[in-house]
Structures are given as C-alpha cells and as structure tokens.
Ligand binder design. Structure first.
Ligand code: AMP
Length: 543
C-alpha cells in the first residue's frame, strides 16, 4: 500500500466548540430556562463555561471513559455538559426522563453513571430513586443559588456554584477519535433498554453529514430551534451540527406546547426546526386557533414517527414551510434518510411533490441501505417490494454497550426492525415496524399507511392500527381512533373515508373510538400494549 501523506488529526467533539468559539464566537444560544425567563449566551461563553465544568469534573476525579449522566431538558447548561464531558474524554449519558422510574434506575445503574446532572423538575424523581442508584457519587442540580431547592439528595451541588470557582483554562485532550463520547439508551417497547455508545469519530462525521444541503442544510445564516430533546439520540445531532455550521441555537426548555413553541419561532426568527409529529400537531392547533403565521420559518424536519400527509400539506400549503421528513434511529446517531426533492421533481404539481415528501426520504451519504425478504435475499429497489431494512455505515451501532455479541450480521449490516420499500431514486418508505406489520392471508398490510390515511379525516386526532386474530385470515386490521376535540366519528364514515385511500382488502375489519392511546417515552405508539389489550377482541368479520 502506498500510504497517503495527509495529517491524521483525530475527529473530536471538542473541535466543534473550539471552531464555533473561534469563528462564530458571538453567535447566540437562546434558552427558555427551566426557571422561567429567556436566557441569552454565545458560543464563546458556552465554550468558556464548558472548560470551567471540565475542570470541576477533573477535580471530582472523572476519568476518561467514566459515565456522567444527565436528566435534563434542552438548555444552555445541558449544552455545556455535552461539551465538558465528551471533550474531556468521559461519556455524556443523556437519560430520558420520560421513561418509567424503574427503567431510569436500570439505565443509570447499567451505565454506572458516577455523576448525575439534573434539572429542577427532576429533583423529586431523583430523590425517590437515589437509594437504588448505586454508582452515583454526586448530584448536581442545574440551577443557580437563588433557585437551589431544599433537597434530600445527599451533598447535592448547585451547577452555577460548582463552575464559578473553576478556572476557565482547560486544554481539551487529543483523544483517539474512536474514544467513546456519549451514551443513549433505546426505549425499547419490550425488554430492557439497550445502550448505544457513540464515538468522537462517528459524531463528527455525522455532524458533517447533518449540515449537507439535502440533509439538515444548516448554515451560519440559520436560527435553529431544537425541539427534539437532547436526551433523544443527541437531539438528532443538532447540538454538534449547529456549532459546526455556526448557526444560532434556540433551546426551548421543557415548554413544548403550541404557544410556547410559536413564541420562540417568532421572537428568535427561527429558520429551521426539528421534532416529532406530536409537537407539530400542537403547533398547528395553536396556529389554527389564533390565526398566527410562520413568516421566518423556512424548513421543518419531522421524524421519530411517520409524518402524516395532512401535516405536510398544512405546513406546505397554508404556512409556506418546507416540511421535510426524516428517518433514523438511536442506533444510527440518528440520521438515515431525509425527504428532500431532486431537480426532476421541480416541475411536479404540489400534490405530486407531497407524494414524495411523505416517504421517509433519500439515504444520506454515509448510510448504506438495503431491503431483504424472509430468505435474507435482497429485494428490488422498485418502490413496491417491501422487506426488512438493513443499514451499514460509520455512524451506525456495531454492538450495544456491555453486550459481547455484535448487533450486526457477518457483513456488518444492522437490522433496523423497520419494514420498507426503496425506489429507483433512493427514496425509502417505511411500511411498518417488523413486529407491527399485519399478516393477512399470507400478505402484509402496513399499519402505518392505514394510520396515516385515517388521521387525514378531520374528525380524527390520532389513529392506531393493530393486527387482531382472525380465524380465516390469521390477522386482520383493527383501527383505534382518538376523536378530534368535540368530534364523534363513526365506523361507517371512517370506512367510507378510507375506501379510496387504500386497497379494499386493507380496510379495517372494525373501528373502535377511544379516549387516548398509550405512548412510549419517545412518543411512539405503544402497540405491544394495545395488542395485549385487544388480544381476545372478536372482530365482526370473525363469525
Ligand atoms: P428511536 O431509536 O427511538 O429514534 O426509534 C427509531 C425508530 O423510530 C425507527 O426504527 C422507526 O421505526 C421509527 N421512526 C423514526 N423516524 C421515523 C419516520 N420518519 N417515519 C416512521 N417511523 C420512524
């Protein structure tokens, strides 16, 4: 081999904040604080404070590889912790506070977090859990002295007091780029959560990719509202990609209701935002009620669950915002596909463009994808055949934390657990989670397609489709709907509405109107629970 003669500078997370400080030092980070008021700082100041925090961590004896946990919302302090912890060689473990308390206990113990940073809103929760958190030596409450609560947490420290006493000189170590940087547990619907351990290299490569025009397309002219939580797959990489691009960061704290989100969009002239469909639904409801508009917002990325067509249409047609579908997984850092259009789509009608935008999107460079059938053989990329989706790439998980077996097959392919089609232009369309797909008479019915169609009906707020046992067909679809406020949809009108939207044999065998549907901690429908609840349900077609 003739070896290239280029520099082998490692790809490190610390270089992202160093860059933002040097080139975009006065660019703002704006936070709706947990304490209430709006707080404004800059990349330069955030870098300075993360060096102070890195000194505090060193004083506590935090060593490279040690895990430091957070139970926190999107705020400037959480952002500083990201950089202080990973930058100094330790692992920033973001814990999802929406999990059930026993799961939080399991995750913190499994990760063996030595220090736990927590927001004011989680003091009570952590007080209850503390006796069982065997590895945690110190609790740091992310607030200032004036807001420090009385707490039973032994030796609880105040974040602002902690860093105030530290020098702001700290040389970020020149780590091996494969050093672990952060840890995030997947909120599995069954079994214990599994830890995905990111590296500096994977994170920096993912950040470059995130900034590409057809991915998140971030630039130094953007104002970025990060709705997706910093505890959910590193907020889709935004806390790394925004400093790389020099974009302004807007962090919403814990208030994600329509009005609070709209206030930030307007006041901070937000041009780009990202989050799950539930939040955008609340925003659209607020806009419809108040008549407010979105004059500054250019792009809105929606992922985590499928974005319903009606949502794409409203953002595009009523508010002139590009609604961009994204798909990914915690195991993928998380970006996998983005639903941006190609030049050849420019001449299409809006409705034809939206046909493409409702797909999950095109694969990002760095993520290889293929679909396979039951026999593991690759299926055609014709937009019709659907099979298990496999992925491979430098920011995709190879093995879970503390598990000795690989998470990939012999050729390095990771099974996503999603069932999808791929088309000739590279667009991927999820038809189901492999365990949610409804197997009717040997054919597959996509529960997601049915749900998306059902939520298009104005009297429906949320829809869920599960397979229910059927004596003849093995399984048939049952549609569960939560009515829109004040509405009372009937089975007959729903089936009528669906009739020209799906093939006849996909039409649900029954419809049940429910008050609410269960969700996981990341807002996904908890179908396992519903399947259990309806396992003895007798369909009217069963006789
Ligand atoms: P998580 O690791 O919690 O982010 O969950 C990843 C899973 O969420 C994926 O494997 C998909 O099943 C689902 N998911 C993510 N984005 C989308 C999307 N745009 N449409 C449909 N499902 C999605």
């Amino acid at each position: 081999m003739l070896r290239g003669l280029m520099q082998e500078r490692p790809l490190l997370i610390s270089s992202l904040i160093e860059y933002a400080d040097a080139y975009h030092g006065d660019t703002e980070i704006v936070t709706r604080t947990v304490e209430g008021p709006i707080h404004r700082t800059t990349y330069r100041e955030a870098h300075r404070r993360s060096r102070q925090l890195a000194n505090a961590l060193a004083r506590f004896g935090v060593k490279p590889g040690d895990r430091v946990g957070t139970l926190a919302w999107n705020t400037y302090r959480h952002f500083e912790i990201y950089y202080a912890v990973s930058g100094s060689g330790a692992v920033c473990h973001t814990v999802n506070p929406r999990l059930f308390p026993p799961q939080i206990e399991y995750i913190v113990n499994h990760a063996a977090d030595r220090i736990l940073f927590l927001d004011l809103t989680f003091v009570e929760l952590v007080e209850k859990l503390a006796p069982a958190l065997t590895s945690v030596e110190r609790y740091v409450i992310m607030t200032d002295r004036a807001h420090m609560p009385k707490t039973a947490l032994k030796g609880a420290l105040c974040y602002e007091d902690l860093i105030a006493g530290e020098a702001d000189v700290f040389a970020w170590p020149l780590l091996d780029e494969m050093t672990a940087s952060s840890l995030c547990y997947t909120s599995g619907t069954t079994g214990n959560p599994k830890g995905v351990l990111y590296a500096h290299r994977s994170t920096v490569l993912h950040s470059y990719a995130a900034c590409m025009t057809d991915v998140l397309g971030l630039s130094a002219r953007d104002s970025v509202l990060v709705i997706v939580p910093l505890f959910h797959a590193n907020a889709w990489g935004l806390p790394y990609a925004a400093p790389l691009a020099g974009a302004k960061l807007v962090l919403p704290g814990y208030k994600l209701d329509g009005q609070s989100v709209h206030e930030l969009l307007a006041a901070e002239r937000v041009t780009f935002t990202a989050g799950v469909p539930t939040v955008w639904l609340m925003l659209l409801e607020h806009l419809a009620k108040t008549g407010a508009t979105l004059p500054h917002l250019e792009r809105l990325v929606c992922g985590g669950s499928a974005m319903p067509r009606a949502m794409v249409e409203t953002f595009e047609k009523t508010y002139d915002v590009r609604a961009i579908h994204a798909w990914g997984m915690t195991e993928m850092s998380p970006l996998g596909t983005l639903g941006t259009l190609k030049a050849k789509h420019a001449e299409l009608s809006k409705d034809r463009q939206i046909d493409i935008q409702v797909k999950q999107g095109r694969g990002v460079f760095g993520v290889e994808m293929k679909i396979v059938g039951d026999d593991k053989k690759e299926l055609p990329r014709d937009g019709k055949a659907f099979g298990d989706l496999l992925v491979r790439g430098p920011w995709i998980c190879n093995a879970y934390f503390k598990e000795d077996k690989p998470a990939v097959d012999a050729d390095g392919w990771f099974p996503t657990g999603d069932v999808a089609t791929l088309d000739a232009d590279g667009y991927m369309h999820i038809t189901d989670r492999s365990k949610d797909v409804i197997k009717s008479g040997g054919e597959w019915i996509s529960s997601i397609d049915l749900e998306n169609a059902a939520v298009g009906y104005p009297k429906v707020k949320e829809a869920c489709v599960i397979g229910v046992r059927h004596p003849k067909w093995d399984e048939r679809p049952l549609l569960l709907v939560v009515p829109a406020d004040g509405a009372a949809p009937t089975k007959a009108e729903l089936l009528d509405y669906l009739r020209d939207k799906v093939v006849k044999w996909w039409l649900p065998d029954d419809v049940v109107v429910v008050k609410e549907l269960p969700h996981t901690a990341t807002g996904k429908l908890l179908k396992a629970k519903l399947r259990e609840e309806y396992k003895d349900y007798v369909l009217p077609t069963a006789g």
